[in-house]
Design a protein around this ligand. Sequence first.
Ligand code: ASP
Length: 306
Amino acid sequence: MRLKNLLGIRDLDTEDILQILDTAVLMKPIMETKNKRTNYLLGKIMVTLFYEPSTRTRVSFELAAKYLGATTTNISTSASSVVKGETLIDTARTLQAMGVDIVVMRHPMTAAHRLLARHLDAVIINAGDGINEHPTQALLDMFTIREKKGTLKGLKVVIAGDILHSRVARSNIWGLTKLGARVVLAGPATLIPKGIGNMGVEVYHDLRQAAVDADVIMGLRIQLERQKSGLFPSLREYNMLFGIDERVLEVAKEDVLVMHPGPTNRGVEMSSEIIDGENSAIEEQVTNGVAVRMALLYMLTREGVS
Ligand code: ASP
């Protein structure tokens, strides 16, 4: 691995991404073995430091580290304690003093991970920084698409919903375009950032139009916790216009893959029939998340150079 830390997909080149996905292919079978344990990371210590809530990302990192034989521990912080630079640096120094090798952090501020990386020798992994990036989510999404479709090159991937506040969308746009997918965004004008077309994507404000011949449709959660009021009239109205349902799937390719990073709001961004339906890859995304994180932990701790 060329990089010491994983701060964003933006920093990776196509080769880096493919290398991570290929390593994850080798890691996935470990999850199906009887002992679910290897010694690749024996003696390594991973800390999860989350300043925002999380279910699957944190558990996924913990399990990935455990499958590889690492020791894991978790620092709980309240989502309301907005941590200032100094406090974060103090935390970093404490971790350093305890001999931590890997810090997986989620933080509401965009620059927080880069700040931490400047003060720590440990490997820093971004588990979500505000609305900026969620690199491991995009890696697991790309892994899932490639596993199902064989390649990402030339695929039409529609990302629908609250693009403005979505770090998942941003990381996926960086990654999918690097791997040659055609990325189409769909959402209300108030939830699509101005100038996003410069990232090499197409923008639609009509989901059914966007979904024509789609190979993949990715729904996003409405990030109510990050929104100021007035960006759309009501959740019901949002669902009528941008909810992913049978009418949307009808115009996509027959084998369209439906994805969602979770947590899903059933009946808002996607109907229950679609979430649980045969095109849905939502549960597989969760499984693949562990494999991708195993690959990353392995690559960053065993092969990393500063
Ligand atoms: N779990 C993802 C994230 O942390 C998506 C979401 O919360 O909607 O960004």
